[in-house]
Design a protein around this ligand. Structure first.
Ligand code: NAP
Length: 280
């Protein structure tokens, strides 16, 4: 198998951890992007105890533009090529919370931070033959509405709405990237609903529902399979579909066909990122 250089965010738990583990065991060179270096070192040591291999650790907090920039510039300076970028890190916030630049957290991390990171890594991605970008999307993309998209700083929307909208926006971005750069392979994965930290409630009620949660969801390992397949095999590279679930292409949300909405989302994303970076 062709050994690849794979940059992956959010490997400290859940789907990212399972994805990184399998890709590492396949022998690829992994570059981990995590905000918590202590946890990342533990994961690295655990993987290296299974077999020899190459893992580099770089810090990134997707809720901070300066952290995203530091990460991206280090990646660009350190690696000649990026075969695969896996945008996995993501958050669902139970309480209203905001990124350093003031964006609602789910939209800010899952969409705006991911967009900014990918844009900054484009020079290296574009000089790598057959480079891939994989968005870890979600079934939530079908529930995204983006009704009041103009309000990135929304303080009133429901937390689930923010999360669903962020995952729909991810797909708009993936779609726009694949049109703009046909030389890149852009794919999105819907991993299914998995048992991971993202849906855990640290309350008494949450803990008492934990067993039920485990029973009605798939494991993060199972959820990671579609991401691993998109990253390491080339069977879907020439497939024109964008979104994949359980190793097959699935229908895109109807909203994705609205070209005018894609333009609104992407123009506004660019505008808010440009404004925030200009201020610095
Ligand atoms: N679980 C599901 O049912 C499900 C379904 C569909 C899609 N997804 C998507 O799958 C991806 C992984 O989620 P998961 O379920 O595996 O959840 P998870 O176990 O909570 O893992 C999330 C990962 O993202 C990292 N992360 C969160 N905020 C970050 C930030 N600001 N900067 C950098 N890293 C950050 C976390 O790092 P820390 O250790 O530092 O917190 C962790 O490594 C997400 O994009 C999620 O939306 C999940």
């Amino acid at each position: 198998m062709n050994k690849k250089t794979i940059v992956i965010t959010g490997v400290t738990s859940g789907i990212g951890y399972e994805t990184a583990k399998k890709l590492f065991l396949e022998g690829h060179h992994l570059v981990f992007g995590n905000r918590n270096q202590e946890k990342a070192i533990k994961v690295k040591n655990e993987f290296l105890s299974l077999k020899d291999g190459k893992i580099d650790l770089l810090e990134i907090d997707l809720s901070s533009f300066s952290s995203i920039e530091r990460f991206a510039y280090k990646v660009i300076a350190s690696y000649e090529k990026i075969d695969v970028l896996i945008n996995n890190a993501g958050v669902f916030s139970r309480k209203k919370a905001y990124t350093l630049e003031g964006f609602e957290l789910a939209k800010g991390v899952n969409h705006i931070g991911t967009y900014y990171l990918t844009e900054l890594l484009l020079p290296t991605l574009l000089k790598t033959a057959k480079a891939k970008v994989i968005m870890v999307s979600s079934v939530g993309c079908y529930l995204g509405r983006i009704r009041k998209w103009k309000d990135f700083f929304n303080r009133k929307s429901l937390n689930f709405t923010d999360y669903f909208d962020s995952k729909l926006a991810n797909l708009f971005y993936a779609n726009s990237l694949s049109k703009k750069y046909p030389e890149l392979i852009i794919k999105a994965a819907d991993p299914g609903i998995a048992y991971s930290r993202i849906w855990k409630w640290k309350t008494r009620v949450g803990e008492s529902l934990d067993n039920l949660y485990k029973r009605i969801t798939i494991s993060s390992e199972e959820a990671s399979r579609v991401v691993v397949q998109l990253a390491s095999s080339n069977i879907f590279d020439k497939n024109p579909n964008l979104l994949f679930k359980f190793n097959k292409a699935v229908k895109l949300p109807r909203r994705l066909k609205k070209k005018s909405l894609e333009k609104v989302v992407m123009d506004l994303t660019k505008e808010v990122v440009d404004n925030a970076t200009r201020k610095k």
